[in-house]
Design a protein around this ligand. Structure first.
Ligand code: HEM
Length: 444
């Protein structure tokens, strides 16, 4: 169906420029799993900052939107107004479904029955599975006390490994981070099961290509079988034990839901690593974080360190494109959008809009204190509304526990290449986590 005339529609040249300057660079970094070389290049070329400026130019030329892109495949709207973002996110799953065609194509490579890509009545129980297990409404998960010793021991192991090399890099950090994840989700027996997380990483690599890559059904089945075997143990103190006790959990197909957790804990590790770098590059924030880490506060309830994590996600959102699709005609001041219209919310534009936000390019965790991370427009690191991330409290909680342990360790830790995050200048639009490195001077 032709898009209605009354919506501002990008010219052919602006449509091409949008695809080339916003969509392609974001896609190139890897939507489902980051590509290392492309992420490094994105930082060098500052592609995210350029994309935000391009969006600002579109707003200046066409108004506040929604804008329509010239797209031969289907009508595609781009949102520029915070109120429109609210409306769309609050309107999940009907009439704005999160299960957009491209997301279904990508995620079905490893979790075809996941809530995020489910339409119709089956979505409810699948989403409820996540809310119950991850305790989406609770700032401190009820199992947190049992996880503190796990997080602390594994963080100490990260520091010991880094100490022997004289440096903490992504490889050492990520290895330890995923051990924490496997222990918390599945229990101690899964701590060393790198094969599990490697399998889903391989599937995610194919998912980056969405429709364009054939599915590897054998690998997908092998991943789910292995995850299912871990789950069957229901080890005490793990989320697997929690799931085993949840009424009706089996009907939600637990491995289909939990595949998303193993996917999403990877960007959570990146955000934690970036938060560490940002703290070390900002002495005032660091002093406050160290004071909190050293205090007698409960180890799972560290508001400033949580705020630092959320602020790292504002600056460097790990879900840059939040996608929705209309399930029926929707009415707007500008006219009617047909069913099947794609809707794009480009998070960096809302997070870094320096024409509207005073601290757009500054690291200011104090501004995030006390915010619900999924209820803070115009920021949407965890999305918002009924399809907001159910781990929006769990992720800042675990990240803050790791950061506190590092800062309390007594080890001197120094960001290498500090000019990448010079607090005196606007922060860069892209921060490649794979090349962040921290020196741990011997005897420090
Ligand atoms: C940096 C860390 C994370 C960020 C920034 C994040 C962000 C998001 C966002 C933006 C969405 C909405 C996606 C969309 O509408 O397409 C989402 C959905 C979701 N996230 Fe997260 N997430 C993170 C980590 C996690 C973790 C660790 C888990 C599980 C343990 C998790 C579980 C989920 C689930 C299950 C959904 C789908 C919810 C639904 O179907 O309604 N996320 N997340």
């Amino acid at each position: 169906m032709a898009p209605p005339r009354s919506f501002p529609t990008l010219s052919a040249a602006d449509s091409v420029a949008f695809v080339g300057g916003v969509a392609v660079p974001t896609w190139a970094k890897g939507i489902i799993i980051r590509r290392k070389a492309a992420t490094a290049l994105a930082e060098r070329l500052d592609t995210d900052a350029r994309a935000v400026r391009r969006m600002q130019r579109l707003r200046a030329k066409y108004g506040e939107g929604p804008l329509l892109l010239r797209n031969p495949v289907r009508p595609q709207a781009i949102l520029l107004r915070v109120e429109d973002v609210r409306r769309v996110l609050d309107g999940a799953p009907e009439p704005f479904t999160p299960a957009s065609s491209e997301k279904r194509a990508a995620l079905s490579h490893f979790e075809p029955h996941n809530s995020l890509i489910t339409r119709g009545p089956e979505r409810g129980p699948r989403r409820a599975f996540h809310d119950a297990a991850l305790e989406s409404g609770c700032p401190v998960h009820s199992m947190a006390d049992r996880w503190v010793p796990i997080v602390e021991a594994e963080t100490d192991a990260i520091l010991a490994g880094a100490g022997s090399l004289g440096e903490l890099d992504w490889r050492v950090f990520f290895e330890g981070w995923m051990r924490i994840v496997r222990r918390i989700v599945l229990g101690a027996e899964a701590a060393d099961d790198r094969e599990l997380t490697d399998r889903i990483a391989r599937l995610r690599g194919r998912a980056n290509w969405a429709f364009a890559a054939p599915k590897n059904r054998a690998l997908r089945a092998a991943f789910h079988d292995r995850l299912g075997a871990h789950l069957a143990r229901a080890e005490p103190d793990s989320l697997a034990a929690r799931v085993a006790r949840m009424p009706g959990a089996a009907a939600a197909e637990p491995t289909q839901q939990m595949a998303q957790w193993f996917f999403a804990f990877d960007p959570a590790g990146m955000a934690t690593f970036r938060a560490l770098a940002l703290l070390l590059a900002h002495p005032q924030a660091l002093a406050r974080a160290c004071a909190e880490a050293a205090s007698d506060a409960p180890r799972a309830d560290l508001p400033f360190l949580r705020a630092a994590l959320v602020e790292a996600l504002r600056l460097y959102p790990t879900t840059p494109m939040v996608l929705r699709q209309t399930t029926r005609e929707t009415e707007w001041a500008e006219g009617t959008l047909p069913a099947g219209t794609g809707i794009l919310i480009f998070a960096p534009f809302f997070h870094r809009d320096d024409q509207r936000l005073p601290n757009a390019h500054r690291f200011a965790p104090e501004d995030r204190l006390g915010e619900d991370p999924a209820q803070a427009p115009p920021f949407l690191p965890f999305s918002a509304g009924p399809a907001a991330c159910p781990a929006r409290h769990l992720v800042p909680m675990l990240a803050s526990m790791v950061l506190a342990r590092i800062l309390r360790s007594g080890r001197r830790i120094v960001l290498r290449d500090p000019q990448r995050l010079d607090g005196g200048k606007p922060l860069p639009g892209t921060l490649d986590p794979f090349t962040l490195r921290f020196a741990l001077p011997a005897g420090g």
